[in-house]
Design a binder for this molecule. Structure first.
Ligand code: NAD
Ligand code: MG
Length: 382
């Protein structure tokens, strides 16, 4: 409660979209939470400004940067140092990509709560991450809005009462485009997300629907629900953040205007709710209509590819994720057409999708092989 000392929070990826939203939440909730460790990848100026405002005990910068202050942690190991900082009881992992995995595992090994935005962590090594949480008393609480919605709908229920999870998807900027037009979409087209302001990688993932595939895999691991009981529906307004259908036929949804501050706050306070999430008051009339559509799988092959990788298990989800990370980076650099993302990921899965995934080492080896596979193709073609 507010009368006690504030809970220490380590914020990984402080300078990103989720990171800056999280700092707004922490600022508003300063009687309950205080940032004690913060990291960023390479944006020294933005991190320095945040550090001046919040004075965390630990600061880490992943990239080599000669001008960084002497007392800061350096290199990729700073993520684990921040995540295991003795003053931090909660770790908000808002790093993008598989680079966030070691810090998630380290925090859970230390019995901490991980407020997880970094969905790639669960896609690459979901079994290992959830086992780590179980064995060391750590808690894995989703920040992703769909999974926060499901967690809220599941409050107080037992697994046998749940029939189906239904994740909503905005459909992205190409929801209504014909497949031929999508194939040639530009970087600027793909970065125009209709309902959410986010980092560039997840924005491209939302345009290909790879993001929804990552989220289906994430839901499978977080809630222990088999893939044949997880569905996706397109909901262009992004007001309903997901549904849970129960065995008696009742369906619960969680809704609100799109803002990541509510799921970030809920991940910190779960299972409790506290006042002042920063979301505007709810006005159902102002929302206008809520509509739902089937996914156009022919136009968005990444969703099916990713769900198939999840079902296949082993290293396939890690290969899907790593190949996608590299292909998206290539698309953002102008080195790959939009349709090339799915082509590269499909090719990587065909070549490497049956690699073993029975240990962290095996998964990291598959991740590295998939990155190499996609990178070498660009090298050959340019
Ligand atoms: P972003 O690109 O805006 O920010 C990423 C942050 O991570 C930055 O602080 C950056 O410095 C840091 N970072 C990047 N690469 C790194 C690396 N290799 N090692 C360490 N740190 C690194 O991304 P974002 O939109 O904030 O997304 C972060 C994560 O949250 C992603 O996994 C994304 O899928 C997930 N997510 C984001 C949203 C959203 O609304 N933005 C919603 C749901 C889930
Ligand atoms: Mg989401």
């Amino acid at each position: 409660t507010a009368a006690q000392r504030p809970v220490g929070v380590a914020l990984l990826g402080a300078t990103g979209s989720i990171g800056t939203s999280a700092l707004r939440v922490l600022e508003r909730q300063q009687e309950r939470f205080v940032p004690v460790a913060m990291t960023a990848n390479g944006n020294l100026a933005a991190l320095a400004e945040q550090v001046a405002r919040f004075s965390p005990a630990y600061v880490g910068l992943v990239q080599d940067c000669p001008e960084a202050p002497g007392g800061w942690g350096r290199g990729p190991s700073c993520l684990v140092e921040a995540a295991t900082h003795p003053d931090a009881q909660v770790v908000i992992n808002a790093v993008v990509g598989a680079a966030g995995l070691p810090a998630t595992l380290a925090a859970l090994r230390h019995g901490k709560r991980v407020a997880l935005a970094n969905k790639e962590t669960l896609v690459v090594a979901g079994d290992i991450v959830t086992r780590m949480a179980r064995e060391h008393g750590g808690e894995l609480v989703p920040v992703d809005s769909e999974h926060s919605a499901i967690l809220q709908c599941l409050a107080g229920r037992q697994p046998h009462e749940v029939k189906r999870l239904i994740l909503t998807a905005s459909g992205g900027p190409f929801r209504t485009w014909p497949a031929e037009r999508i194939a040639g979409a530009t970087r600027a087209d793909a970065l125009k997300h209709p309902t959410w302001q986010m980092g560039s990688k997840i924005t491209i993932d939302s345009a290909t629907l790879a993001n929804k595939a990552l989220e289906v895999i994430e839901a499978h691991h977080l809630f222990g629900v088999p893939y044949d009981r997880i569905d996706v529906v397109v909901h262009p307004q992004s007001i309903i953040h997901s549904f849970v259908e129960f065995v008696d036929g009742s369906v619960l949804a969680q809704m609100g205007v799109p803002s990541m501050e509510l799921p970030i706050l809920y991940a910190l306070t779960w299972p409790e709710r506290v006042p002042d999430s920063g979301v505007p008051p709810f006005d159902p009339v102002a929302l206008g209509g809520l509509t739902f559509e089937h996914v156009r799988h022919d136009a968005f092959p990444m969703l099916g590819l990713g769900i198939a990788a999840g079902r296949a298990g082993g290293a396939a989800p890690a290969v899907f994720n790593a190949a996608n990370e590299v292909a998206v980076a290539q698309f953002l650099e102008g080195a790959l057409h939009f349709s090339g993302i799915a082509e590269r990921v499909d090719a990587a899965l065909q070549e490497l999708g049956r690699l073993p995934g029975d240990s962290l080492e095996a998964l990291l080896a598959a991740d590295a092989a998939a990155r190499q596979h996609v990178q070498s193709r660009i090298a050959r073609e340019s």
